[in-house]
Design a protein around this ligand. Structure first.
Ligand code: CUA
Length: 203
């Protein structure tokens, strides 16, 4: 077969390469620095790999396209479909539109300690979105859907910041997300609750 000559060539190439490498004089201090550089590179690559697989820090690279000019006509991002929804499998999905200079809908309530899938689109120019203390940091490129799944560990108000320069109002483009306790959020969604026992009458 043809594989044998290729293997032989590869072996010969490796042999030549290492013979030449051994012939080169490398100062021992230089060897140390080469080793340190390789360790640093391995460490950085390791951090990226661990983040990608265990912390869910990934580029939003599903390359899902959408027509930014007709978002209001598209089923998914029509005005009545924006905001928080729970799909039939019980996953929480948030659909939001970024536009100069705000995020729409302006305010949402999401549960804490629950994986939430955000689907972002832009209606005009390039925006970004960053929520400190979470893995939410992505560009929102016009024409594409940016999808990120994140979990809010604690209830509270989380800022939502635009982190891509999008025009004169860029530094005013921010809002808040209310993260509320899991139990409280669930009960809020399931209105109207049948009044059986003397349950939660908080409001
Ligand atoms: Cu939107 Cu900066």
């Amino acid at each position: 077969m043809q594989t044998e000559p290729i293997q032989a060539k590869c072996k010969q190439f490796c042999r030549d390469f290492f013979t030449q490498l051994n012939a080169v004089h490398i100062d021992h201090l230089e060897r140390k620095w080469i080793a340190i550089s390789i360790i640093i590179i391995a460490l950085l690559v390791g951090i990226i790999v661990i983040d990608a697989f265990f912390h869910g820090v990934n580029p939003p690279s599903k390359v899902e396209t959408i027509d930014s000019a007709s978002l209001h006509l598209s089923k998914e991002f029509a005005e009545e479909n924006l905001g928080v929804q729970t799909d039939d499998k019980g996953n929480v999905v948030v659909r939001m539109v970024a536009g100069r200079y705000s995020f729409f809908p302006k305010h949402i309530d999401v549960p804490a300690e629950t994986p939430i899938t955000f689907r972002w689109v832009s209606m005009d120019v390039l925006h970004g979105v960053h929520i400190p203390m979470t893995n939410m940091s992505t560009m929102i490129v016009p024409g594409y859907v940016a999808e990120i799944t994140t979990t809010f560990p604690k209830p509270g108000e989380y800022p939502l910041l635009c982190n891509e320069y999008c025009g004169m109002g860029h530094n005013h483009m921010w809002s808040n997300i209310s993260v509320i306790e899991k139990e409280h959020w669930t009960s809020k969604q399931n209105t109207p609750v049948p009044a059986a026992k003397g349950g939660s009458v908080n409001e």
